[in-house]
Every structure is written in C-alpha cells, then in structure tokens.
Design a protein around this ligand. Structure first.
Ligand SMILES: Nc1ncnc2c1ncn2[C@@H]1O[C@H](COP(=O)(O)OP(=O)(O)OP(=O)(O)O)[C@@H](O)[C@H]1O
Length: 249
C-alpha cells in the first residue's frame, strides 16, 4: 500500500508549519524524516494520519478509522501508557483493527511482535512499571502486532540504548523488506544514513530534499538546514556520520 501526500499543509494560526508537501511512500521503503526541531515533522505525520486539521490530500486521512488502522500503525512521540495492562495485553491492543480473534494468526502476530522487540521475558509485567526505553519497545511491538502495511513513527528510537536503536531500525528495515513501508522521524543522521532507503528533509515546513541518503546528506545541506559542519565517512561497515561543530545561523 502506498501513502500519497499532495499539497499537504498545516496552519498554526496564519503560519504554515507544513507547507504544501507532496511526496509518496511506496512498499519496500524505509524513509527517514529528518529536520531541525520545529521543522514540522510531527505535524506532517499527524496530518498524513488524519490526526491534525490540514489542507491538501493524504491517502490515509480520508479512510475511515478502522480501515486506516488496518492500513497504517501510528507511533506517537509521546509514550503514554495510562492503563495497568500487562506488556502482552498492551501489545495485543495492536490486534484490535482485526477484531477480537486472539487465536491462530492473531496470536502468532502478537508473539512475533514480542519476540522482535525482545519482550518475551517481560510479557506478564505491568507495562506501567517498565523503564522508559522498555515502554518504547512495547509500543513499537504494539505497532508491529497491528500488521499494517504502513508504519508512521515519530522519533521511535529516541531514548533507546544503542542496541535497541539498531534493533528497531533493523525491524523497520525488515518490515519494508517484506513489502511494507515505514516513515519515521529521527534526529540521528548516522542511523538514518545507514538504515533508511530514502531521506526526507524538512525545514521550516517545507520538504527541501527527498532522495537516497548519500545524495541528500551533503555538506551543503547539513550547513544550510542543520547549521552544522559534519563529516560522513564511507567505511566497510557503511556510512559513519560525525557532527563536528555548529555554524552561525
Ligand atoms: N499545538 C501547537 N500549537 C501551536 N503551534 C504548534 C503546536 N504544536 C507545534 N507547533 C509549532 O509547529 C511547528 C512544527 O512543530 P512540529 O512538532 O511539527 O516540529 P518537529 O519537526 O516535529 O519538531 P521536533 O524535532 O522538535 O519534534 C513548530 O514551530 C511548533 O512550535
């Protein structure tokens, strides 16, 4: 399933915080959405999901809620776990768009999601009593259990330890490799370069670059958009990114 955005805009007062963005996410893609704080990444994804008033068109936003939940999983930046559910019950909520069936395929999807996020040993624990990073992994598992072709994730690896960050990017890459697609915002440009098939760069509400990481992440773009001097090194293990200094804005 494809996500299509056409002239998508979000206004906050008079000011467009997302400004006429047109782009597509196709099966097989893991897209890293990057940009400075306040660039409009969250607003863009929430509008794409139909969770924020917008102008223009998103192919997801016009679906009814049940169809949308089967088409796309949404991982918000705020990781709020309000109810005293166990890890297993919380991850199981990802199955709701598929009805109440917890046997067969539903059970398998739940177990697979727990396994992929390394949560099997804590499946019976109350989710509210986990650490912040563990809770983040539970919420990613819930999105995986949803088995939707699209995943939109807002800073899913923030606050995770290095191993969990890499694991999560690999889980997303596997989802894309299996014919799904992921759009995820992140601030770690090194992980974005290593794992993403494509990068979208937002700056002041506009999509200013869209392409493969090695073409998009130029010295010029890093200076213009992020106001940093940085070095990308190509190594046998893939690209390595090192920010060096800030530049005057
Ligand atoms: N509820 C709100 N009311 C008014 N303005 C808002 C609101 N939420 C966000 N904004 C503004 O919209 C702009 C885009 O915010 P958004 O959260 O989409 O940015 P972002 O790229 O996700 O940032 P970050 O990397 O800091 O998470 C910012 O200028 C922000 O101040």
């Amino acid at each position: 399933m494809k996500l299509e955005l056409q002239d998508l805009s979000v206004l906050r007062g008079e000011c467009p915080v997302v400004d006429a963005v047109s782009a597509q996410v196709s099966p097989g893609e893991l897209i890293g959405l990057i940009g400075p704080n306040g660039a409009g990444k969250t607003s863009l994804m929430r509008a794409a999901m139909g969770l924020l008033a917008h102008r223009g068109h998103s192919s997801l936003a016009r679906l009814d809620p049940m169809a949308r939940a089967r088409a796309a999983a949404w991982l918000p930046q705020a990781r709020e776990i309000a109810w005293g559910l166990s890890v297993e019950e919380l991850v199981g909520l990802g199955r709701l768009p598929h009805g109440r069936d917890q046997t067969g395929a539903g059970r398998a999807a739940l177990n697979e999601a727990l396994h992929r996020m390394g949560l099997e040993a804590m499946r019976a624990r109350p989710a509210t009593r986990l650490s912040g990073g563990e809770q983040a992994r539970v919420l990613i598992a819930r999105a995986l259990a949803q088995e939707s072709p699209l995943i939109l994730a807002d800073e899913p690896i923030a606050g995770l330890d290095p191993a969990a960050q890499i694991d999560t990017m690999e889980v997303f890459a596997a989802h894309a490799g299996a014919g799904g697609a992921v759009l995820c915002s992140l601030h770690d440009l090194g992980l974005a370069a290593r794992h993403c098939t494509r990068i979208w760069v937002m700056d002041r509400g506009r999509l200013v670059a869209d392409g493969p990481p090695d073409q998009v992440l130029s010295e010029q773009l890093l200076a213009d958009v992020f106001h940093i001097r940085a070095r990308f090194m190509t190594t046998p293990d893939g690209p390595v990114f090192q920010p060096l200094s800030t530049l005057h804005r």
